[in-house]
Ligand binder design. Structure first.
Ligand code: GDP
Length: 196
């Protein structure tokens, strides 16, 4: 497990309450049920760690995990409740947008997408809002174990092609929390962003 010292730190409802000592952080976002909590748990090697983000009162906030001194994972609200792009817009206008657009310490955004349903309308909305910041995006095509090898390769190639013109640095990879596929590849990107 690449981030064995990961611990839940705090839930942040207002941007000014985000940890002031942060040197670098990586944010995770995705549609509810895409496998975001499982991915964070897998990277940390702790089964229930990121499920704190799903407890009442925390689902619409930023959940901070310390991964190393002054280095953080930030679990962002899933797009779950959102039925339409306007709902994402509400989240965006509140905490999420200001966080993604102004947080200096944020080095890159990890977007988790179920490999069977990549690039949903709300994933695109997220990307369109975030790309102009010029910061890097890394896509985890999660639950890769659910499809054939051939399907994995095809979807990986397709998503890379679809994101080629986004205008910010983009990388895409296969990931499975169940089979632990792609963990080292993901960790390499995150450690680079975090300066570890
Ligand atoms: P979140 O809502 O994005 O945080 O998603 P979760 O991590 O809670 O995962 C949603 C569901 O997908 C759960 O039932 C997980 O067990 C399952 N799941 C997550 N990752 C994987 C994976 O890599 N492979 C498979 N087969 N199932 C997964």
């Amino acid at each position: 497990h690449p981030f064995p010292r990961t611990e839940f730190l705090t839930t942040v409802a207002r941007l000014r309450d985000a940890p002031g000592d942060a040197v670098a952080e990586v944010a995770f976002v995705g549609r509810s049920n895409a496998g975001k909590s499982s991915a964070i748990n897998t990277l940390a090697g702790k089964t229930r760690l990121a499920y704190v983000s799903k407890t009442p009162g925390r689902t619409q906030h930023l959940n901070y995990f310390s991964v190393a001194p002054d280095r953080y994972f930030v679990d962002l609200p899933g797009y779950g409740f959102a039925k339409a792009p306007q709902d994402v817009r509400k989240q965006w206008d509140g905490l999420l947008g200001p966080y993604l657009q102004t947080r200096e310490q944020l080095k890159g955004l990890v977007i988790i997408m179920d490999i069977r349903r990549p690039l949903t309308e709300m994933d695109w909305q997220m990307l369109e809002w975030f790309a102009p910041t010029g910061r890097a995006v890394h896509v985890l095509l999660s639950k890769a174990d659910k499809v054939s090898r051939q399907e994995q390769t095809k979807t990986l190639r397709q998503v890379k092609a679809d994101l080629a013109d986004l205008g910010c640095p983009v990388s895409v990879q296969l990931f499975s929390s169940l089979k632990r596929t792609g963990v080292a590849e993901a960790a390499t990107v995150m450690k680079r962003w975090l300066g570890l």
